[in-house]
Design a protein around this ligand. Structure first.
Ligand code: HEC
Ligand code: HEC
Length: 220
């Protein structure tokens, strides 16, 4: 009986220590996906209010890279859903925001709204452009980088204890913002220090650019 229990405990431990490769996508990453589908047409690729539909509109879509900064999350939620827009700062809703901005009602779940807002904040804060496709970046990251940088990108992958290294925490903007896009690309292609591998020959320039976009969204 005791042996069976031991075997059971061992098996459960093994199951626990199996690396979980997929985790939920980072909020700004998910927010960008939603933004591209629902907001880009009016607000434009970079959020500056110059999407293709903007030309046809009487009221210009807002430049989200500047307007969003002074808005709290609560107010942004009201603006996006339309629920309670009229009560914003007690002013008449038409003073603040016209109906030209669609009321999205219940189209987005609460976590999706949080993700959208995370991406709006990313657009208004970031000093660095997204370069490649973040979706490809996420796939490559989960394939090649998570063993050291961690499934969530916070630098505690399964290899860190095994070889005693401290890879960069890609969720920390104070760390990633110190590097320009081209410095990140160089470190990916040429490697860095003793333990960050050079991915030359495995990853192309455009793969590295996709990883840059993913890392930027991750560290927001
Ligand atoms: C059909 C075009 C259109 C679409 C699609 C659209 N917007 Fe807008 N949006 C506008 C217009 C026009 C305004 C400016 C309204 C005004 O000034 O009265 C605006 C304003 C805003 C503002 C207010 C900016 C501020 O602080 O003053 C936010 C935030 C915003 N939009 C977010 C979004 C998000 C997020 C999406 C996607 C889910 C989205 N919009 C989709 C047209 C659009
Ligand atoms: C074998 C473990 C390991 C793997 C796998 C790994 N890294 Fe790293 N990475 C490190 C370590 C360790 C550092 C810290 C290097 C230093 O500063 O000495 C690092 C640092 C970095 C940095 C910061 C470089 C700089 O200039 O300071 C970036 C960006 C990075 N890694 C991206 C990636 C990407 C993208 C992948 C997947 C394609 C990846 N890493 C895979 C271990 C790893």
């Amino acid at each position: 009986m005791k042996i069976i229990i031991h075997a059971f405990v061992l098996l459960s431990l093994l199951a626990l220590s199996t690396p979980i490769v997929f985790s939920s996508p980072p909020p700004a990453y998910e927010g960008r996906r939603l933004y591209v589908s629902y907001c880009l047409l009016c607000h434009g690729t970079d959020g500056k209010g110059d999407g293709p539909l903007a030309l046809a509109m009487e009221i210009s879509p807002a430049d989200l890279t500047t307007t969003v900064r002074s808005r709290s999350d609560t107010i942004l939620k009201k603006i996006i859903t339309g629920k309670g827009r009229q009560t914003i700062t007690g002013r008449d809703r038409h003073n603040l925001l016209s109906d030209a901005m669609p009321e999205w009602k219940n189209i987005f779940s609460e976590p999706q709204l949080d993700s959208l807002i995370a991406y709006l904040r990313f657009m208004s804060n970031t000093k660095f452009q997204l370069m490649g496709d973040p979706k490809l970046g996420m796939q490559l990251y989960q394939q090649y980088c998570h063993v050291c940088h961690g499934v969530d990108g916070d630098g505690d992958g399964i290899m860190t204890d095994l070889i005693g290294i401290a890879p960069m925490d890609h969720t920390n903007p104070n760390e990633t913002n110190q590097l320009t896009n081209s410095e990140i690309i160089k470190s990916i292609i040429d490697g860095k220090g003793r333990f960050m591998p050079a991915w030359r020959g495995i990853l192309s320039q455009s793969d590295a650019e996709a990883l840059v976009s993913y890392i930027r969204l991750l560290s927001h």
